[in-house]
Write a protein that binds this ligand. Structure first.
Ligand SMILES: [Zn+2]
Length: 320
């Protein structure tokens, strides 16, 4: 099999032996005669009625840096488990669940979409409700040779999208509170933390909880760099997987107070390009920091955010 650097790192994570870590192969995806696993981790208690933090990356195959942030965090977490008794104690009461690389075959092929040319973040069966979606970018069904292709009308979701939806249903829908972050890169100069919806500018039903999380984030990490806003502020799209998962969660939990807040961290890659214009000619240069100090800084800065959200998910009563 053609070696994919990110999968190699993820496989190394599967070799950690610890009773607090479980590894799952959710499915396999094939491209050019090679097969690539979609690997997930669940860390902490196996009691699914405890609060959870979800970490996801690599929906878009070109945005390697998102997977790297998740892999870096998990690697550090797994190593801490060998010496930090307090961390082990905390994880008996809560969980971290993760798919670091949702679209491994796309990443192996150096493309945004999956092997079928489908943009997974346009693939959910849910339509944009705005009157004037952005041409192509909002998702379309013209051709899989164009970016942002949603897949054929009425067809089941792609393997990768379905794996993500099923994993979230199984792991997060019974939690009293779940906070997830899906790491992307490529839009704008700033790091944006988006909350739903992407499909409509109608108010997000959990806006109060989002505001509460923002308030404690502002207090806990003063001078943080995140611009917190609904995704539709940037653009509206059809088929957003997190809109879909959020709505499914609401439907499944209409008779209780279980809460799911799915965030998307859109790392502003234009700043990396602005500071190092030549990187645009390198593979993935538009979506990833290439210079090593910039890469290190990117890895470092989001660890604080993840730690904060881990604590916020455990202490969910402070914001739900
Ligand atoms: Zn993306």
């Amino acid at each position: 099999m053609k070696d994919l650097h990110e999968l190699k790192l993820i496989r190394e994570l599967t070799h950690f032996k610890d009773d607090l870590i479980q590894t799952h192969e959710l499915d396999r995806v094939y491209i050019d005669g090679n097969s690539y696993p979609i690997i997930a981790f669940t860390i902490g208690t196996t009691d699914k009625t405890k609060p959870a933090l979800g970490l996801f990356g690599g929906v878009h195959g070109l945005e390697r840096v998102g997977s790297h942030v998740v892999i870096t965090y998990l690697t550090s977490l797994f190593k801490q488990l060998s010496w930090d008794e307090e961390l082990r104690e905390r994880l008996k009461d809560c969980r971290i669940v993760s798919i670091p690389l949702i679209n491994p075959a796309g990443m192996a092929a150096h493309q945004r979409s999956n092997p079928n040319g489908v943009d997974l973040m346009r693939n959910a069966p849910i339509d944009c409700e705005e009157e004037k979606p952005t041409f192509l970018v909002s998702g379309h069904r013209y051709s899989n040779r164009l970016p942002w292709y949603r897949g054929e009308e009425g067809k089941p979701m792609e393997i990768e999208s379905q794996a993500l939806v099923d994993f979230c249903k199984e792991q997060l829908f019974d939690c009293p509170a779940a906070v997830t972050v899906d790491f992307h890169s490529g839009f704008g100069m700033k790091d944006r933390l988006w909350f739903p919806y992407a499909k409509t500018s109608q108010p997000f039903p959990s806006i109060k909880q989002v505001q509460n999380i923002k308030d404690i984030l502002d207090e806990t990490l003063p001078h943080h760099i995140y611009q917190i806003e609904p995704q539709f502020d940037s653009y509206t799209i059809s088929g957003d997987l997190w809109d879909y998962i959020y709505d499914l969660h609401r439907e499944a939990n209409s008779d209780n107070e279980n809460t799911l807040i799915p965030w998307t961290l859109e790392m502003g890659s234009w700043i990396w390009v602005k500071k190092n214009p030549l990187q645009i000619f390198t593979a993935g240069g538009f979506f990833n920091p290439i210079k090593s100090h910039r890469y290190d800084r990117t890895m470092r800065r989001h660890m604080l955010l993840i730690d904060f959200l881990f604590r916020a998910s455990r202490n969910f009563k402070s914001w739900t």
